[in-house]
Ligand binder design. Structure first.
Ligand code: ARG
Length: 463
């Protein structure tokens, strides 16, 4: 097949060089967007009298036909035609003749690829926002359905204070809500149209960029042609968003792996999200959270690949930038897969409230409540800390838990302690004492759930 840029060349391209430089192998998912961009461009060329209206119509009909053929699997992309842009354009010329060659007037592959990636990424972002919303809803459902469940709250993975399981789930909702708002944010920033920048300096034809931008759903046009063809910030920002999201999913994964172990037995993942062992018949492995935790690594890697790719590139377009696609596509695929599976897994997760409660009662989780009690009776906090430290040591030595101590035993450590101490050292009392906004008290968590239900912002980061 003859090259669209063959005019200047006297020798054919080396076969291996051709394979090495081609991007069509991983660019096919851009086909639909490439055609959408080209159709808008062709129509504009007709409106502006740069080509005739009939020619524009022929080009548009030709592009529609190519899209149908692609969707029907009738088109074989060719490595000799290097990338998606030239594959489509060559088909167009094959189909409608020389007039197809007018499509590329006032345009370059450099601004074309920049618009294609944006159109594609924008669609994927909308799908990802949808998946994020589903995961957020599943976390909220877990919280609503398990308001009675008290679990140990940890610091240093040591039992610290009892918390509501619902509160713990809503902590992850906060992270997901921030992810949603980060994604909405970057979508606004990148939704401007680079087409019209030409190869780097703009074009000599009287194009109407604003009109094309509107047709393609962009909020405006880019303001500098050099930047338009050399900017990949949006891909980097997206990968940064994805890295943070995967870090969140990985933290949740880690907890799910721990919680589904025999030692914790806090939750049960549905069989669909686990697999067995080929040798140990008793095993039910939490593969899904393990894999999501593992996949976090490649998403971080993709971010670093893109940052490293763009570092030190002189303005404007450089072929290096063709390497932006695989990390970006892989990030999109990984994030979509992880979110989809996570939303379903969280929605179906079963909670073992009995085991969480037993664990919450272990480890002297209400010790801080005894200290706060002493403070309310007038003891400075530092001294109260000392009193309870000694109380806990006594408990360890005698094998007792704090609520099991008799009043006389309590009084060995401070005679400020009276009968009403028992109102403060139960798990419920400890949890429900933390009523201020953001605390774990049932009433605070219920207030939060009500706020989320009434929230109209769509990402629930408003207050
Ligand atoms: N396949 C190329 C890319 O992804 C398209 C732009 C090519 N431009 C060029 N001047 N070779 O970056």
């Amino acid at each position: 097949m003859s090259k669209l840029w063959g005019g200047r060349f006297t020798q054919p391209t080396d076969k291996f060089v051709e394979e090495f430089t081609a991007s069509i192998g991983f660019e096919q998912r851009l086909a639909e967007y490439d055609i959408r961009g080209s159709k808008a461009h062709a129509e504009m060329l007709g409106r502006q009298g740069i080509v005739s209206v009939e020619e524009a119509e022929q080009i548009i009909a030709g592009l529609d036909g190519i899209l149908q053929d692609i969707e029907a699997g009738k088109i074989e992309f060719s490595i000799e035609l290097e990338d998606i842009h030239m594959n489509v354009e060559a088909r167009l010329i094959e189909r409608i003749g020389a007039v197809g060659g007018k499509l590329h007037t006032g345009r370059s592959r450099n601004d074309q690829v920049a618009v294609d990636i944006r159109l594609y990424l924008r669609d994927e972002i909308d799908t990802i926002l949808d998946y994020l919303g589903k995961l957020e809803a599943a976390l909220i459902k877990q919280a609503e359905n398990n308001l009675d469940v008290i679990m140990p709250g940890y610091t240093h993975l040591q039992t610290a204070q009892p918390v509501l399981y619902s509160h713990h789930m809503l902590a992850y909702r906060e992270m997901i809500a921030r992810d949603i708002s980060r994604l909405q944010d970057l979508r606004v920033r990148f939704n401007v149209m680079p087409l019209g920048a030409g190869a780097l300096a703009g074009t000599t034809f009287p194009i109407d960029r604003e009109w094309v931008a509107e047709q393609l759903g962009f909020d405006g046009v880019t303001r500098n042609s050099l930047d338009s063809v050399s900017d990949r910030d949006f891909a980097i920002e997206f990968c940064a968003f994805a890295g943070i999201l995967m870090m969140h999913l990985s933290r949740l994964s880690e907890e799910l792996v721990l919680w589904s172990s025999a030692d914790f037995s806090f939750i049960e993942l549905t069989d669909a999200f686990c697999t067995g062992s080929s040798i140990m018949p008793q095993k039910k492995n939490p593969d899904v959270p393990e894999l999501v935790r593992g996949k976090t690594g490649r998403v971080y890697g993709n971010l670093i690949s893109l940052l490293t790719l763009m570092k030190s590139l002189p303005l404007a377009y450089n072929k290096d930038m063709q390497e932006d696609k695989e990390p970006l596509f892989d990030t999109i695929d990984t994030v979509k897969g992880s979110l989809k599976i996570f939303a379903d897994m969280i929605a179906e997760m079963k909670v073992r409230g009995d085991n969480m409660r037993i664990a919450a009662a272990r480890g002297f989780s209400t010790a801080t409540d005894v200290a706060d009690y002493c403070v309310r009776k007038g003891l400075p906090f530092r001294q109260a800390h000392e009193v309870v430290g000694k109380t806990v040591r006594y408990c360890v030595e005698t094998g007792k838990d704090i609520p099991e101590l008799t009043l006389d035993e309590f009084k060995q450590f401070s005679d400020l302690i009276a009968e009403d101490i028992y109102d403060y050292v139960t798990l419920e009392a400890s949890v429900n004492a933390r009523k201020a906004t953001g605390g774990t008290a049932r009433e605070a968590v219920e207030r939060e759930l009500a706020r989320l239900q009434n929230c109209k912002c769509g990402s629930c980061t408003c207050n």
